[in-house]
Write a new protein. Sequence first.
Length: 420
Amino acid sequence: MSTATIAKPQAKQPGKGRRRISLPVLLLIIAGVLVLTSVVRLISGADGITSTGQMSTALRLAVPIGLAGLGGLWAERAGVVNIGLEGMMILGTWFGAWAGYQWGPWTGVVFGIIGGALGAVLHAIATVTFNVNHIISGVALNILALGSTRYLSKFTFENAPQGSSKQSPPIDSLGTFDIPGLSSALDTLNQKHWFLVSDIAGLIGGLVTDLSPLTVVAVALVPFTWWVLWRTAFGLRLRSCGENPVAAESLGVNVYKYKYLAVIISGGFAGLGGAFLSIVASNVYLDGQTAGRGYIGLAAMIFGNWMPGGLALGAGLFGYTDSLNLRGGTTNVHALILLLAILLVAGVVYLAWKKKYVPAMITAVVSALMFLWYATTDEVPRQVVTAAPYVVTLLVLSLSAQHLRMPKADGLPYRKGQGK
């Protein structure tokens, strides 16, 4: 499903005003979720759902998703749908590992960016120059990247020490670090298991503990992207190509150039996310390592309404659900069922207040089933934990689809001079 398909219901109703959530309201919502999470932790005894280790793992897993989402943001703000993020990430994992085990991890990072950018050049040529359907081009790139990296691995990694046709030799680590004093203090506070205070300590502690230098770079790219796209003349011209390329051309903007630049930068971000997977997350390249994170990154971008801040929240959410696979998943997901049931009760109240009685009744039934599931079980099957990130992706997209505002010319064909 393309991003254009998801967002079109809203695009057909230009007369309806959209209410944007203000920062104070957003902070209030986040505070409310934190309070409810703390209550659920105390009731269920699942202290791991807000532990420092859980949050640190979630951050590490959110980084490649967030980088892929940033890549999608750059391309789609210029009007090019980038379903090829998965393929660009695959190229980033392979190129990063290939250079990393030979010349060091930082060289691998650079080559990972180059690998993703090379895939983006192919996507840009197909979509911008030849006007190939963006979805078809992206899917073809994903298939090409998967097949080519498997083929290349047989000639590069198979004969290398500790390598095979599906795995690269080990890559030296970039190292990790903590914030001196702050990390240990927050971890100690988190282990007290106090109401709310320990949960906040776990959340903040996860952001300052066991950090890779590349994680810091990736997090810094979020505000950097916002500044470039929304506070510079370059960003204004790029975004104008995604909103109205004909008008942009009439003002002297070289639309083709900006679309090419946006897609290549997009590929660089996705390639960096792939390099993170092979160099930081596991220290080796593995066949199938991306595991659909390019698509989840695209979903995070849509969840964030094509904005860097919302994208970061979406990546964090998906990273957290993914981290449940690694740390106390069955127990923690069982506790989160209770949290979801309580949130659905809040949804029932909101829908009833809006006089949407049928959706309120359906939500109430789902909430009751969630409470029943929690009350009659002690933990969930392992398969539910494994599927959690993908279920969350589908739920988030289905619930937020009516509130999206995509760039108006996103995915639409454009030819130079077509406005004349």
